[in-house]
Write a protein that binds this ligand. Structure first.
Ligand SMILES: Cc1ncc(COP(=O)(O)O)c(C=O)c1O
Length: 379
């Protein structure tokens, strides 16, 4: 026990003794980079997702980069991106020579607004919706893109385990989905990610693109009896997931469903505990298919969010903000386009959204303490 014991951290991963033992086993195995553990993780995720091909990557950003590279769009092609997302979503388009078009979001979910997309779809070459906080995007988004013949890459960084009327996000029949296994995500390898797709050509592209465009990885080349040569079939990137990280994700995945259930309980407990507080949860009611990645409240207009965060921090509770709208950053202000319907919802919520601690290490007592502290701050 340490002096940190009463600290309720915004987000810390649950690392069990089994996780530590699994990583130690790989460290001692003599094979640290991409090999059998990575292949095992891909197979387990593929099985979970109902048969989609899964290509593990060094990050969710790399998975987005790869899915966009496969589209082979001309330089300057316009990609619709929700303004309310982490910068990586839009920067993946930029890294591919594409121009982000920032679109407004729905206040109820902070997901890409169908109205904003409808106003712009005829002038877009691709769309990058984000399943924000693990809540799947509106079905209308997929319909609008399909009707316009515009390809979609789904940013599923928050959405492993999310489900909509197509089935699991990343399952067969969905567009390419890009998951993140960053330290704060529901499933983590520290850093990591994966692309899930039912398109065999994209899967083959991604397997070589993530490793310099080579047609064989080290595991395939250094196995006893394996052919040691390789060809370079495209100018790829370096974005493979090493076994020493893949094994952590595998170990965590063994208890994923249980962890997801606990996240849901926490989200519901917050809503009950703060039912009378002057805040609105986003979303107000958790949809069945949510992956429960974040617990976000909108503060009332005029409430000083910085002061709320500082007061809670003084009470040893850390909170966060997901996210600052992209157009509030200098680079995006000068180098991205804004969709025709403007960014009014993003501007309205920019200084009001507050993310409460949500991770499986939280006890019910912790959740109640966070809720009581927030209520007190807003009194
Ligand atoms: C919405 C969103 N997209 C993309 C990413 C990028 O994922 P990674 O950090 O694994 O590259 C993140 C990571 O936080 C994210 O929150």
């Amino acid at each position: 026990m340490t002096a940190e014991d009463d600290l309720i951290h915004f987000g810390i991963p649950e690392i069990t003794d089994d996780d530590v033992a699994a990583v130690a086993r790989v460290l001692r195995s003599g094979w640290l980079t991409t090999g059998s553990e990575c292949a095992g993780l891909e197979a387990e995720l593929s099985d979970y997702l109902g048969g989609s091909e899964v290509i593990a990557m060094s990050s969710g950003t790399a998975a987005l980069d790869t899915a966009l590279a496969y589209l082979d769009l001309p330089r300057g092609a316009r990609v619709g991106v929700p303004d309310w997302t982490f910068v990586a979503t839009a920067l993946a388009a930029v890294h591919n020579g594409l121009r982000p078009v920032l679109l407004d979001v729905d206040a109820a979910t902070l997901n890409l607004s169908p109205e904003a997309l409808a106003a712009e779809i005829d002038d877009l070459d691709a769309v990058l919706p984000v399943h924000f906080g693990g809540v799947p995007v509106d079905a209308e988004i997929h319909q609008l893109a399909a009707d316009a013949g515009v390809p979609v890459v789904e940013d599923a960084a928050h959405a492993l385990g999310a489900r909509d009327d197509r089935g699991l996000v990343g399952g067969p029949g969905t567009s390419p989905n890009c998951f993140s296994f960053y330290a704060s995500k529901n499933l983590t390898s520290g850093e990591g990610g994966a692309l899930a797709t039912d398109d065999e050509d994209l899967a083959a592209f991604a397997r070589s693109y993530r490793l310099h465009g080579m047609d064989a990885d080290a595991w395939a080349r250094y196995h006893p009896g394996a052919k040691s040569g390789y060809d370079v079939v495209r100018p790829g990137i370096k974005a493979n997931l090493p076994d020493v990280l893949a094994v952590l994700a595998r170990s965590q995945f063994a208890r994923f469903e249980q962890s997801q259930r606990r996240r849901r309980q926490i989200g519901l407990r917050y809503r009950a505990a703060l039912a009378d507080a002057p805040v609105t949860f986003i979303p107000d009611v958790i949809p069945d298919g949510s992956a429960d990645h974040l617990a976000i409240v909108a503060l009332r207009p005029g409430v000083d969010r910085d002061a709320v965060q500082a007061t809670m921090s003084a009470q040893r509770i850390t909170t966060s903000v997901h996210f600052r709208p992209l157009h509030h950053f200098s680079w995006f202000r000068s180098d991205a386009d804004v969709g025709r319907s403007g960014l009014g919802t993003c501007d309205d919520l920019a200084d009001r959204a507050l993310s409460l601690p949500l991770h499986v290490n939280l006890t019910d007592v912790d959740v109640d303490r966070v809720a009581a502290c927030l209520s007190e701050c807003l009194r």
